[in-house]
Ligand binder design. Sequence first.
Ligand SMILES: Cc1ncc(COP(=O)(O)O)c(C=O)c1O
Length: 381
Amino acid sequence: MRNSSRSAVDPFIVMDVMEAARRAEEAGRRIIHMEVGQPGTGAPKGAVEALAKSLETDALGYTVALGLPALRQRIARLYGEWYGVDLNPERVVITPGSSGGFLLAFTALFDSGDRVGIGAPGYPSYRQILRALGLVPVDLPTAPENRLQPVPADFAGLDLAGLMVASPANPTGTMLDHAAMGALIEAAQAQGASFISDEIYHGIEYEAKAVTALELTDECYVINSFSKYFSMTGWRVGWMVVPEDQVRVVERIAQNMFICAPHASQVAALAALDCDAELQANLDVYKANRKLMLERLPQAGFTRIAPPDGAFYVYADVSELTDDSRAFAAEILEQAGVAVTPGLDFDPVRGAGTLRFSYARATADIEEGLARLEAFMKARG
Ligand SMILES: Cc1ncc(COP(=O)(O)O)c(C=O)c1O
């Protein structure tokens, strides 16, 4: 059968690395996973218990498309707790992960052929989802002096219908402060571009609190998820905050595209919002891991790294070591038994000279991974 031209999206290269790691494990090797962008921990205990209880009494059928009212209200309260923002719960839409949020946002905001700016390096699926929807992703190559975040000059005169930012970002972990976020919002709005802020790594921040776009404007879409801070990747539940006059538009699309986010996951997510002690303990692990990474990656020979403000990644410039990050990642997997992600996933051009290391796993694994990387680099000379 014929395929649409829209369907010709690129694979997620990290998935290929994961498959190679799985094969090595099947053959009996112990692989240290620094490729996967997900917590090693499961959902918080309180979330699992709340779901277990509701399984006894609730049929868990469809919810309304915008999600359980109690969950929308609790998320609105989170904005008061985290940022001092007073948010109308009616503006909160529960989504099947932030990935579901992207589909809803891009469909609600853009027409076929519209151009949407995304930072490079950046999360690969933005580009692929935009393409699959018949939209045009416009890579904005970011500069090291801007900590690989876009600035207004990067998209001046580009005739964008939308601008998508992420703070903390994947793969760099860098954040936009108030002034930087404000400048982007202003420049996007002046160009008539809708502003979308991916805030999925909020809660996982080290030096300063992450800024939500909602502190600066109500005229934006904010996308978030229970996958990262709340440690619930496989549950497929996230949320989006949209302007009041956009709620009905998004609701109609959500009704037709998904009906609703998984009901069971919404029940668990509601309880997860009150599991701060356990989630802060996860954060303590990331903090310890980050410290180890920043000390020992340079010792191993990965010297061109910047301290991440948030998330659980270190993005390393390895262009002095290779011009083929995919082959280099394969070599590291083969010889050191450490799975890492080639930068090409995040930046189709400069990513040939970068790698992303994830430190979301247990500290013992990170220590072992770093020891192996040191030995590998020493042997490589
Ligand atoms: C920046 C960013 N946005 C979105 C996602 C997708 O997350 P979700 O599990 O909420 O669909 C990821 C996953 O790694 C990510 O890194």
